[in-house]
Design a protein around this ligand. Sequence first.
Ligand SMILES: [Zn+2]
Length: 430
Amino acid sequence: MFWEKEIETISSSDLKKLQLIKLHHTIEKAKKSDYYKKILKKTKISTLKDIESLPFTSKQDLRDHFPYGLLAEDLTESVRLHSSSGTTGNPTVVFHTKEDIELWADLVARCMYMTGVRKHDVFQNTMGYGLFTGGLGFHYGAEKLGMLTIPVGPGNSKRQIWFMQQFSTTAVHILPSYAIHLYSSFQELSLDPKKDTRLKTAFIGAEPHTNALRVQIENLYGIKAYNSYGLSEMCGPGVAFECPQQNGMHIWEDHFYVEIIDPKTGQILPDGEEGELVLTTLKRSAMPLIRYRTRDLTRIINEPCLCGRTHRRIERIKGRSDDMLIINGVNIFPMQIEQTVMQFPGVGNNYRIEILKENHMDRINVLIEVHEEIFNGTLSKLDQLKNQIIEALKSECGVTPKVKLVEPESLPINEGKAVRVFDMRRNEEE
Ligand SMILES: [Zn+2]
């Protein structure tokens, strides 16, 4: 069964009892790892609140104790590892036992079932397979649910469309930026995904995006797009997911103990306040993590959800604490810029943010693709749109950017995660 009524609608008091049992188990297990052995030596947990006395675990801790420092089981019990790309220094590596993989697949199946997809659906996975958890995580969840699963992987838009048409794909897992890009391939082939495919559901995630972008994807394809949240340190996708209400993501509290902290002070914030998401695994065997700082910024939506599930919801990820841009002393998230820009109907599919130093001041340039008819229309219309965008960005972000409206398809696209922020300040100062 993929609708686990007893667990998904558990009462708050029963959930707390369950979490306390699982937390004990997790701590005992974690003590078997070299890293947690010393840290947790004298740890006694009698209430859930006692977790607050334990130190946080950071991505740096995983790097510093690469590769086996946090492994809590004999290596022979592990059946797989996933690893994040290490741009500098060691990557973070996460191990999984057979049971971890099973529980992860169950969780992803629970998420997908929640949105309404069923065994008779055909699922096309356009995410990267391999060390990145997005591909395999969804793959096993979809197979568990019993769907015909097509592991196309990323890129090759014409092939994606061919598979969608030949096998009547109904559900797709896709990066939001790639969904927009793929739509232009439909147009090139004179196809309309609304009429020429049987798509009805998309799972979008793996890169922060705005609700405006989600709505755009839903309108272009005539589908419902559900937000998904996960991170490889916890398992991968499946940590939190949207229900049919599409208003925040239920974070599965039978698997994860959830805290929101002030990223600067580490202080725990009450529900509703925005801060950094901190997670403790409650069911993982190979590599339990305690109070792991995700660096993702969000808040808890505390009101009960109309779908009846009692697991609390988190709001869409606003960005990573390390994505925050400081422009002449003002804190800005790239998401705020996207949200503001995307609400203008003439705006196209892609944009780029550049930050430079000019006379010792930060200068922010936003390049935005606009629709063909706007770009080739009158100069005054183009100027008008530009000024409206500048005004909107000024009031949303508190800084005045330079805005340049450019031709459709003129900004570079990469097939992996979208890279849209180019901070050139450091290079120029050197
Ligand atoms: Zn719900």
